[in-house]
Design a protein around this ligand. Structure first.
Ligand code: ZN
Length: 184
């Protein structure tokens, strides 16, 4: 049975460590951790989560874009489990977009990221894969990849003026309609 786990919050040393590679993807304990990551991410309305966020400093994360209350306009995809990922190519072309983090509640920031990245990783069955992602999903991949290297999105926000509270961020995305007047 997957367990809903506590999410490490900014300030916990585990978020600043470099994660170690997974030795055996078939290890039942690792498969159980993947299940815990999936349920904990879904419960928290995340579009991705990395093992260090559950206090496990392992090179493993999940990318699972889907529209939810925290990211209303996210594209939908099946969750992708990435074990021992390596970004083998990142476009020089960048895009700036809003990010949040389950480990940094209530805060959003504008982060420049490569528009396109190619990742080599092992899937949850231990099969080696290489895939290219663009746009918002590429952004999630880079955000989670940072987590396994002890970096959080705040480290990549160019200025503190590019920060907003989650409440104001959601207002930017869905401004109150004049006719509806339902913003109170
Ligand atoms: Zn995060």
């Amino acid at each position: 049975m997957p367990i809903l786990r506590q999410i490490a919050q900014l300030g916990r040393p585990v978020l600043r460590q470099t994660a170690r590679p997974v030795a055996d993807p078939a290890d039942p304990a690792l498969q159980a951790l993947i299940e815990d990551l999936l349920v904990t991410m879904a419960e928290a309305d995340g579009v991705g989560i990395a093992a260090p966020q559950l206090f496990e400093p392992l090179a493993l994360f999940i990318v699972a874009s889907r529209p939810n209350p925290r990211y209303p306009s996210a594209p939908a995809m099946e969750p992708l489990v990435m074990i021992n990922p390596e970004i083998v190519h990142a476009s020089t072309e960048t895009e700036t977009g809003w990010e949040g983090c389950l480990s940094i509640p209530g805060l959003r920031g504008l982060v420049p990221r490569s528009r396109e990245v190619t990742v080599r990783y092992l899937d949850r069955h231990g099969v080696s894969r290489e895939e290219t992602f663009t746009g918002f999903v590429a952004r999630i991949v880079q955000h989670e990849y940072d987590h396994i290297h002890g970096t959080v999105f705040l480290d990549r926000v160019p200025s503190t003026r590019d920060l907003a509270t989650e409440r104001e961020y959601l207002r930017i995305l869905s401004p109150p309609t004049v006719a509806g007047g339902n913003d109170r």
